[in-house]
Design a protein around this ligand. Structure first.
Ligand code: FAD
Length: 356
């Protein structure tokens, strides 16, 4: 019998999951997305080898998308500019908007845009969902991939709310006018960049530990001041900051919950485990969720509640581990050696077993 699966949210996780489920026999998958059109403001997304493996499991290879490889990053002492470490990265970096559109195109026919859920009831044998256009639907499984402020998490699990992790981040992109070919970060983890678009663009991030909204009123030129004496490749970024490129400020929040699955409904991606972007793992962990969900929901003779309970059991320890690393690294930002965790998570696996 065909299994009907509804995905709420056509972000990176929901779209990746749609790819995986569409490949499975006897699964009828559909997605609803609140935005009228799938577009995504661009910033850089870094994916480790394990994240790329998860995409491959979902039938996706990064060969047909523009991506840059970062093999290592040099850490520079923030005060003296002395190189103090080299972090092995082994990641590919691509623009978030490219990734989103690349994921969306082949499954566009499965997505209904401009629609939100208004009610959800698990009747045991099926889930009934009401939609904002007045329609209703019956599904065998519903996956809430609706991001950090997940409607599904609130409707089914009564929360929790995201919590602020004690740090904000500013990101900006500038031309790579000095032709840098090595990525760099301050040893306290506060300022760094990736090289994007085949070497033409620097994607800078400035982490600002402190209360929510700290330094929000400052210009990028003002925020560059404490770094003005930096020498080496980071000086190029600091110079670019003085020219006031367009930048985006965000308080960093996370979601920590054990409630990922209940009956025929489960959460995936940021809805289940939004984490600090300090070590750039959130999207990849969502892809790993999607890979495991696709595999378990397609198992023959496996009741949906058991598949979803198994998904939570398998994925939670790994996602929690990465989230904790991200949180610890965030708390250490601004301190001596605050960048030490950078690049250490390349081998965190999809499942508990694979990590050993
Ligand atoms: C500054 C920054 C840098 C980052 N860098 C990295 C990185 O280098 N590597 C990495 O792996 N991760 C990174 N991340 C994290 C990554 O962006 C997120 O983990 C990832 O986008 C989560 O994807 P998602 O699909 O789970 O959620 P989202 O991307 O939030 O998608 C959720 C989707 O659901 C839709 N939606 C929401 N509510 C509803 C509703 N009620 N009905 C219908 N649709 C709904 C939304 O419109 C959206 O399309 C970074 C994050 C930030 C903030």
């Amino acid at each position: 019998m065909t299994r009907r699966v509804l995905i709420i949210g056509a972000g990176l996780t929901g779209l990746a999951l749609a790819h995986g489920l569409r490949r499975a026999k006897d699964i009828d998958v559909s997605i609803i997305e609140q935005a009228p059109v799938i577009t995504e403001a661009g910033w850089a997304i870094g994916l480790t080898g394990r994240h790329v493996d998860a995409l491959r499991q979902l039938g996706l290879t990064l060969e047909d998308i523009a991506a840059d490889t970062v093999s290592r990053t040099i850490l520079f002492d923030r005060e003296t500019s002395v190189p103090v470490g080299i972090a092995d990265m082994g990641i590919v970096v691509t623009s978030r908007s490219n990734l989103q559109l690349w994921l969306a195109k082949p499954v566009a026919d499965l997505v209904r845009t401009g629609i939100t859920p208004t009610a959800i009831t698990d009747h045991g044998g099926h889930v009934e969902v009401g939609f904002s256009d007045g329609s209703t639907g019956e599904f065998d499984a519903v996956i809430g991939a609706d991001g950090i402020n997940s409607w599904t998490r609130h409707a089914v699990f009564a929360g929790p709310e995201p919590s602020y992790v004690g740090c904000a981040v500013i990101r900006f992109q500038v031309p790579n006018i000095d032709g840098l070919d090595v990525t760099a970060i301050t040893s306290d983890g506060s300022l760094g960049y990736f090289i994007l678009n085949g070497g033409t663009t620097l994607h800078g991030t400035l982490f600002l530990p402190g209360e929510a909204d700290n330094h929000r009123d400052r210009t990028l030129a003002e925020l560059a001041e404490p770094y003005r004496d930096l020498r080496g490749p980071l000086s190029s970024l600091v110079r670019a900051m003085r020219a006031e490129p367009t930048s985006f400020y965000a308080n960093i929040n996370q979601v920590v919950t054990d409630d990922w699955a209940k009956g025929r409904i489960a959460l995936a991606g940021d809805a289940a485990h939004a984490m600090s972007p300090r070590i750039g793992q959130g999207a990849g962990v969502g892809f790993q969720d999607a890979a495991v969900l696709s595999e378990l929901l397609a198992l023959p003779d496996m009741p949906v509640p058991a598949a979803l309970a198994g998904y939570a059991t398998i994925r939670q320890p790994m996602a929690r581990l990465v989230q904790q690393h991200s949180h610890t690294a965030t708390l250490r930002t601004g301190q001596a050696n605050g960048a030490l965790d950078f690049g250490t998570l390349a081998n965190v696996g999809t499942t508990h077993q694979r990590s050993h």
